[in-house]
Ligand binder design. Structure first.
Ligand SMILES: Cc1ncc(COP(=O)(O)O)c(C=O)c1O
Length: 392
């Protein structure tokens, strides 16, 4: 008899994958033969630049890399990310103590709660926010307090509006700029205020900088580590996924506070051996090599953003154009929730968006679009929505 083993309490606590149901609905519409424009997901659509792929192909032949990698990764990759941070942000990082290599930044984001907190401890996260943060909080059995992001506060947490008692009990805070899903960037003074708040209330800050390379209108997004004192109270998670279209390669970094890096490296000693050496070598080459591919990518996303928001404004859909990331965040029309608007667009315009409620209750009157297809297709999506006359 095949035994059906129950899952552990930790796994039972994992949140339901909100977006999984939407994929089922979307596929049902595609199966009916409709030409569905899917703007619901966040998977970069462009290939990894050729010079990085070639570096991997060459490195794959090196027998050294066919052995186990060093547990904590190769020094040359840690040195490369430190050089990258100095060059891009003028941030000094000691590659030996202030850098951990991750299997994609998601791994670090999920692990860090378990690394630093104990069951029942409090963590702060933005609402709306990236849902995968909740997975790590659930595994570590943390109490989650939400920091609402609203258009009135520029989609930045208002620390003064959070109860003192919540700030006093919180031990960890997650932030993410350029932000998924709201597509805003954070100004320097917000990060300064964050450091002051963290110092005052003894909170460790984890800044998710997944979209760090993607800022528009000539404005380069700031690294949290550029803020004086940031390394004393927190870390930043960086990823190769978006900057170099390397989402499938799974290369990320935790950078900053030594004690957090030490904890992440310790847990990883027990879970994994580091990434395939050839991937590490090609990643180092990507960080240290020519950066025209990144400039071209930002220009491509900016052209798409302009096409999408110009079309949206033409149909009377008033939303602030994205400042960064490859998303757009737009309000739903009167009389809709993000979920009913999703259904309306899927069934009547054959356009898929991500309902804001999937990112938290503060997202309930918004939808997120991914700018991950060409401008003509984005414009067509908006024109199909315009034909429903919901914004007239
Ligand atoms: C806000 C945010 N953080 C982190 C990630 C994870 O990126 P990766 O695990 O590929 O480094 C994503 C991916 O979509 C994201 O949107």
């Amino acid at each position: 008899m095949v035994v059906d083993y129950p899952m552990s309490d930790a796994l039972k606590r994992l949140p339901k994958q909100f977006f999984a149901d939407l994929v089922v609905k979307t596929n049902a519409e595609i199966a009916k033969g409709y030409d569905v424009i899917n703007l619901g997901q966040g998977n970069p659509d462009q290939p990894t630049p050729q010079h990085i792929v070639r570096a991997l192909q060459q490195a794959a032949a090196n027998p050294l890399y066919h052995k186990y990698s060093p547990f904590r990764g190769y020094d040359f990759l840690k040195e490369a990310i430190a050089t990258f941070y100095k060059r891009e942000y003028d941030v000094d990082l000691d590659p030996k103590t202030e850098v951990a290599i991750l299997f994609g930044s998601k791994t670090g984001l999920v692990e860090v709660g378990e690394c630093l907190l104990n069951s029942g401890d409090t963590v702060l996260m933005p609402d709306p926010g990236y849902p995968d943060y909740l997975s790590g909080f659930a595994l570590a059995n943390l109490k989650v307090e939400k920091m609402p992001l609203t258009s009135e506060n520029g989609f930045l947490p208002d620390y003064d509006a959070l109860p003192e008692s919540v700030l006093d009990t919180a031990r960890l805070m997650f932030l993410n700029y350029p932000n998924n899903p709201t597509a805003v960037t954070a100004p320097a003074d917000f990060f300064e205020q964050t450091v002051r708040t963290a110092e005052k209330h003894n909170i460790c800050v984890v800044h998710d900088f997944a979209y760090g390379a993607l800022g528009f209108d000539g404005k380069k997004p700031r690294s949290f580590l550029q803020t004086p004192g940031a390394k004393d109270i927190g870390v930043e998670m960086y990823t190769m996924s978006k900057t170099y279209n390397m989402a499938g390669w799974r290369v990320g970094f935790a950078l900053g506070n030594k004690s957090v890096i030490r904890a992440i490296e310790l847990i990883q000693d027990h879970y994994y051996v580091s990434l395939f050496g050839a991937i590490q070598e090609a990643s180092a080459k990507a960080l240290l090599g020519p950066q025209d591919c990144v400039r071209d990518l930002v220009a491509r996303y900016e052209t798409r953003r302009n096409a999408f928001f110009n079309a949206a404004h033409r149909i009377g859909w008033n939303a602030a154009p994205s400042q960064g990331s490859f998303f757009g965040w737009l309000p739903v029309p009167e009389g809709f929730t993000s979920e009913t608007f999703f259904d309306e667009l899927l069934t009547k315009a054959h356009v898929v968006v991500a309902p804001g409620i999937g990112f938290g209750s503060s997202g309930g009157n918004y939808i997120r679009v991914g700018l991950l297809t060409e401008p003509e297709r984005l414009t067509e999506a908006v024109e199909r929505i315009g034909a429903l006359h919901l914004f007239d």
